[in-house]
Design a protein around this ligand. Structure first.
Ligand code: GDP
Length: 430
């Protein structure tokens, strides 16, 4: 017996997927979630263990009664669970044929269907178990490749960021309530609540703004951009190769060979980095090279750090190097590096980490992406407008608009278009 699938599809259905990596592996974890999860497990294995206790079971094809695998079964009951639904996890042997037979058996069970990528998490969001920031944090955790990305994703997935935002939202609700009272009693008390609203709204806006100074998630996700710049033949491509220990960039003694920017994403010392080799900066009549030079200038504007290999003086903020140190005269006051001998490369890495240190978020920092930061910034602007408003009705409207920004932030409202994009980033079984 299974529950019928709801006509609007989605939450009423029971879904299943391989949640562990692709077979073969020692163990495979197949997860089922939805109203029919428990009954299906009874049909396949005979009896359910108590909640959250693993039990050894034989998984049988209910049609033929033949054993498919001996496995560990875990049963979870809806209300206390991340997805907000009944879940059964089958931990079976991770061989290809075992997993295939298990998935086929589950798929042939009435009321069960294969999950879409990210669908388990989407249900958790739909059931109000997690908010949009936590769901995004989970996607980031799965994609994390460096230690820094893992820490940032964890602070979002674990709810630490959501908690900070929830506290602000509660202050906002209190301000909204005061504003309503001020409107109701506007005649009698003649705006007595106005100073309270103004003070509280301005204080909240200031607290949010201060937290917005922390580095953005986008940079942690995509990598800090380190741009190698200088005239043609100053050794940029060679240095990129030496730093990345690869041969991605083209090295030739002919000036002007790097016409396009070349990007090499790497992880170093726990930091996600993108090293960018640019076209040499010089006056050129060649249209292709000029295009490359324009791109190089655009890259400089985007850079988190510029390594300057030219012999001219660097612009402000650049880390100037004395390149080809084994060959050319050293420039005083600069870090000497040679891609040929490897001289100075360790020191250069240390200098890069020192320069990027203030772009790395500290524990407890509010880690938000551009979209979230823009919404929080909107809320700040609206709160300042509320603080400046002399009419309680106007103040109340500004506060209500700020609440709208918060609702979009956590996924309470106006986010339909975002969901498909977010869950498309998940792998199957999450
Ligand atoms: P780019 O045009 O700035 O990218 O410069 P390249 O990396 O293509 O280097 C130009 C030339 O200088 C090539 O012939 C390289 O082999 C040479 N070169 C680059 N770095 C060094 C170095 O550290 N020592 C020596 N001896 N030659 C270098």
């Amino acid at each position: 017996m299974t529950s019928p699938a709801t006509p609007d599809a989605g939450v009423g259905e029971t879904i299943f997927a391989l949640s562990s990596g692709s077979p073969p592996a020692g163990v495979a974890v197949i997860r089922t979630s939805g109203p029919a999860a428990h009954l299906a497990a009874v049909a396949f294995t005979g009896a359910l263990p108590p909640p959250r206790r693993a039990a050894l079971r034989t998984f049988r094809d209910p049609g033929t009664g033949k054993s498919i695998d001996r496995l560990l079964l875990l049963r979870f009951d809806g209300p206390e669970l991340a997805t907000g639904e009944d879940v059964v996890e089958y931990q079976c042997h991770g061989g290809r044929a075992v997993v295939r037979a298990m998935l086929e058996a589950l798929g042939s069970h009435p009321g069960l269907r294969l999950a879409e990528p990210g669908e388990f998490t989407r249900r958790a969001l739909a059931n109000g178990r997690i908010d949009l920031i936590e769901a995004g944090g989970l996607a980031e955790l799965l994609a994390a490749e460096t230690e820094l990305q893992r820490r940032a994703a964890q602070s979002r997935a674990s709810g630490a960021v959501s908690e900070m935002i929830e506290q602000w939202r509660e202050r906002l609700l209190a301000i909204a309530a005061t504003a309503e009272v001020a409107i109701d009693y506007a005649d009698e008390e003649d705006g007595a609540a106005a100073p309270t609203i103004a003070g509280a709204a301005a204080a909240l806006a200031d607290d949010i703004r201060m937290r917005l100074a922390a580095p953005r998630l986008d940079r942690l996700r995509d990598g800090f951009r380190i741009v190698l710049a200088g005239p043609p033949n100053s050794g940029k491509s060679s240095l990129l190769n030496a730093l990345t220990q690869s041969a991605r960039a083209i090295v030739t003694p002919i000036p002007g060979t790097t016409r396009n920017s070349i990007e090499v994403p790497i992880a170093h010392g726990g930091l996600p980095l993108v090293l960018v080799d640019t076209a040499g900066l010089r006056d050129s009549v060649d249209p292709v090279e000029r295009l490359g030079i324009k791109r190089a200038r655009d890259e400089l504007a985007l850079a988190d750090l510029v390594l300057w290999l030219g012999r001219d003086d660097p612009a402000d903020g650049m880390l100037a190097l004395s390149s080809k140190a084994d060959l050319d005269a050293l420039l005083p006051g600069r870090l000497a590096v040679s891609s040929e001998t490897g001289e100075g490369l360790d020191e250069l890495w240390r200098a890069i980490h020192v320069r990027l240190a203030d772009r790395v978020p500290a524990t407890g920092d509010l880690i938000v992406d551009q979209r979230e930061a823009a919404l929080l910034s909107d809320a700040c602007g609206l709160l300042h407008a509320a603080a400046a408003a002399s009419d309680p009705i106007v103040a109340s409207e500004e506060v209500a608009a700020a609440r709208g920004a918060f609702d979009r932030l956590t996924g309470r409202a106006g986010i339909d278009e975002l969901l498909d994009a977010l869950f498309g980033r998940f792998c199957l079984g999450k």
